[in-house]
Design a protein around this ligand. Structure first.
Ligand SMILES: Cc1cn([C@H]2C[C@H](O)[C@@H](COP(=O)(O)OP(=O)(O)O[C@H]3O[C@H](C)C(=O)[C@H](O)[C@H]3O)O2)c(=O)[nH]c1=O
Length: 187
């Protein structure tokens, strides 16, 4: 049997773009969204502590760029189950040779791709269509006191959002600009 998750090459070490196998028949399809045994090969080395869904109403809305500080740093597996997004992971690992560099990939209900985001990366996305739905598998619980974020339009990140950015939450609007003091997070 061919693999249920096939990696797609990315220009940045760390995040893993996975193509999920679809078992199709006359009724439609089945695809496995998560499997810790399969995903261990791609760096999933924690428990499943939470599974979240977000719905985003309008194209152009951006959520992010979020991460949690250690010891609550988390691995995330992000899957788009409705619509289409540009999904972005930013390297915030202290001392990383690719510190503050990012990878941006298109996830959609149709392309059967998921992005596995390791600890030490900030995550965000832009809805490219209305009515986007995402499913997140988290290896750590939500810890508001450990939450942190970067402004998705921070020039230090250089993220080329395809659509005009709008709909940022008050929390995301308030992320401070990146200065030379920002050393990232310990692994
Ligand atoms: C993450 C989380 C949030 N919440 C509460 C906290 C707020 O009252 C409300 C919305 O949270 P927030 O504005 O942080 O959600 P988003 O901005 O959509 O963040 C999401 O999108 C970005 C791109 C991500 O990477 C986050 O992991 C993901 O949670 O849900 C919970 O109750 N449990 C949770 O696990």
């Amino acid at each position: 049997m061919s693999a249920r998750f096939t990696p797609v090459a990315l220009p940045l070490e760390g995040p893993v773009l996975l193509e999920r196998r679809r078992f199709s028949d006359d009724r439609g399809y089945l695809t496995r969204l998560f499997d810790p045994l399969d995903l261990a090969a791609f760096g999933w080395d924690g428990p499943v502590m939470q599974v979240n869904e977000t719905g985003t109403l309008k194209a152009g809305i951006v959520r992010g760029m979020h991460f949690q500080h250690p010891p609550h740093a988390e691995i995330k597996l992000v899957t788009c189950t409705a619509g289409r997004i540009l999904d972005v992971a930013v390297d915030v690992r202290r001392g990383s040779p690719t510190f503050l560099r990012h990878v941006a990939v298109e996830l959609s209900a149709d392309n059967a791709r998921s992005l596995l985001i390791p600890r030490g990366f900030a995550h965000g996305f832009q809805a490219l269509t209305d009515d986007v739905r995402l499913v997140y598998v988290h290896s750590a619980s939500h810890q508001p006191d450990a939450e942190a974020g970067l402004h998705p339009e921070d020039p230090a990140l250089g993220i080329a959002w395809p659509l005009a950015v709008h709909g940022l939450s008050p929390r995301d609007l308030a992320h401070p600009p990146i200065t030379s003091d920002f050393a990232g997070v310990a692994a």
